[in-house]
Write a protein that binds this ligand. Structure first.
Ligand code: GLC
Length: 527
């Protein structure tokens, strides 16, 4: 089971209002208790924080506000002692504009680092070299007065895209990966893994098919400010030939260290995603984001799960939410309805092949915090669309009731904790066997306990339609009523036991032919 730590909001160890490595170290035992195996830490490098740390100024160091290399080393040893593996977030598509490579490259056409980035002369009218939009709004090009050329940035101007046609960039990242893995890191989550390579001629993008109607985001990051971005078909700025070659080279490095490569390949078309994992000579796993984009209905849940598994393959990581999306309880209907649906989805993915990934706080059933616009820090807010900013899903974790909610001893955390209730906290939920936290823990324990009996078994979907989404995998049946009425699943008559149930009282029940499920009830049956 994977768990995403958004470090600045996880736990503050030194009392400055920012989550940090000291805070995470102090809470590692909690993650082990929950049943996590793999911890992915969002970027912790020195950064001017224009995009929450996804603007890296030094790939081989730790932001002093978050700790130090020494502290990260201590964290890795402690994590290993608890059976946890640590993944860092590698950001190879772009650096920060404060990175020494870019500082040297900007303004100097003869810099040895110039070719690390993508520069082009202005169009004949002096405007940007092509029509590419940036994810966070505006054109994907910014003019550099000093050198008279534009630089490319698929995200902010402060996040110049690296030029992956340059052998020096390729070598630099192979070295960065090698160094972290040799140092003791267990693998990486690769940011924007589909977009490193661009079409060498940088042609204009054509309009998206069906432009003006509902347009599916096919090459986006899922980050929210995608309206302008969605007007184009992203056929030249992402998912280009050659990108999987990079991961083939990285795989050789990862294999030497028994490390994991997990790609944020934000492609919602399964056939395109498949290319990144199907040969298993590059990425080990790629995220399948379709479940985070669905409009809730049993058919939509079933389709999103089946499509990933059947058309991409078993090499998926299943995010239950992320720092880029609204929290699942909020996205799936709000309050207890949203929480119950989120647990249905979590139960369903927990029995499938691949690596489910909890985003911190999902296990508490947290909802988004409705933050006033002026405190939002996401670049989407800064650039003028505060209502679409990602901050409401990034607020600090409430660990226990009281001032600072156990997150910080500072008067002001970096982002408001919001209107949490005591029953949202880890401390209160740990003491209540019916809490969301305890239900997630029971689910993770069930997943671990049954892993041996399902590992080599295919997934047989049981109910092709109707409110219950269900499958059998060897001796195990996983079922969730994703509809609005009670329903019954007819089974094969084999005796099974309810090993996990969203309603705890059902655990231990025997089931043979009929499995009645209330709306939003989820169960795992096993021998
Ligand atoms: C990824 C990250 C997102 C970030 C973007 C640019 O999509 O998950 O948070 O803004 O990349 O690095």
């Amino acid at each position: 089971m994977g768990y995403q730590v958004y470090l600045r909001s996880f736990a503050d160890g030194d009392g400055d209002g920012w989550g940090d490595l000291a805070g995470l170290r102090a809470r590692l035992e909690h993650l082990a208790w929950l049943g996590v195996d793999v911890v992915w830490i969002s970027p912790l490098y020195p950064s001017p924080l224009r995009d929450g740390g996804y603007d890296v100024a030094d790939y081989l160091d730790v932001d002093p506000r978050l700790g130090s290399l020494e502290e990260l080393g201590a964290l890795v040893s402690e994590a290993h002692a608890l059976g946890l593996r640590i993944l860092l977030d590698l950001v190879p598509n772009h650096t920060s504009s404060d990175h020494p490579w870019f500082m040297a490259a900007r303004g100097d056409r003869d810099s040895p680092y110039r070719d690390h980035y993508v520069w082009r002369d202005p169009a004949p009218d002096g405007g940007p070299p092509n029509n590419w939009p940036a994810h966070f709004g505006g054109p994907a090009w910014t003019y550099d007065d000093a050198s008279g050329q534009y630089w490319l940035h698929l995200f902010l101007p402060h996040q110049p895209d690296l030029n992956w046609q340059s052998p020096a960039v390729d070598e630099a990242f192979a070295d960065i990966l090698e160094r972290w893995l040799a140092w003791g890191i267990d693998g990486v989550r690769i940011d924007v893994a589909h977009a490193l390579v661009k079409h060498p001629d940088l042609p204009d993008l054509p309009p998206a098919p069906g432009q003006g109607d509902e347009v599916e985001v096919t090459g986006g990051s899922g980050v929210g400010v995608e309206r302008e971005f969605e007007r184009y078909a992203h056929v030249h700025d992402a998912d280009q030939p050659g990108v999987t070659e990079i991961y083939r080279r990285w795989r050789a490095i990862a294999d030497r260290h028994d490390a994991l490569l997990l790609g944020e390949v934000y492609l919602l078309e399964p056939q395109r995603l498949r290319r990144y994992v199907a040969d298993q000579d590059g990425l080990h796993l790629a995220f399948w984001f379709a479940p985070l984009h669905l409009e809730w209905s049993p058919a939509a849940v079933r389709a999103a799960l089946r499509e990933g598994l059947e058309e991409v393959g078993p090499w998926l990581s299943w995010p239950l939410a992320s720092h880029d999306r609204p929290r699942s309880a909020t996205a799936l209907g709000g309050g207890d309805l949203g929480r119950a649906r989120a647990l249905c989805l979590a139960t369903l993915v927990c029995g499938l092949p691949g690596l489910p990934m909890i985003y911190q706080g999902e296990e508490l059933g947290l909802t988004d915090v409705p933050l006033p616009h002026e405190v939002r820090q996401d670049p989407i807010a800064v650039r003028g669309e505060p209502e679409r900013a990602r901050d409401p899903g990034r607020t600090p974790i409430p660990w226990e009731p009281g001032p600072g909610w156990g997150f910080t001893s500072a008067d002001e955390p970096w982002l408001p904790i919001g209107d949490r209730r005591p029953e949202d906290t880890v401390a209160v939920q740990r003491g209540d066997l019916d809490s969301w936290l305890q239900r997630y823990r029971a689910l993770l324990a069930t997943r671990k306990g049954l892993h041996g009996s399902v590992a080599d078994e295919p997934v047989d979907w049981l109910a092709p339609d109707g409110p219950i989404v269900a499958y059998r995998r060897g001796p195990v049946v996983v079922a969730a009523n994703c509809g609005q009425q009670a329903a019954t699943l007819t089974l094969d008559g084999r005796h099974r036991i309810v090993r996990f149930a969203s309603a705890r009282a059902r655990e231990g029940q025997r089931v043979a032919e009929e499995l009645p499920l209330e709306p939003h009830e989820a169960v795992v049956l096993g021998p």
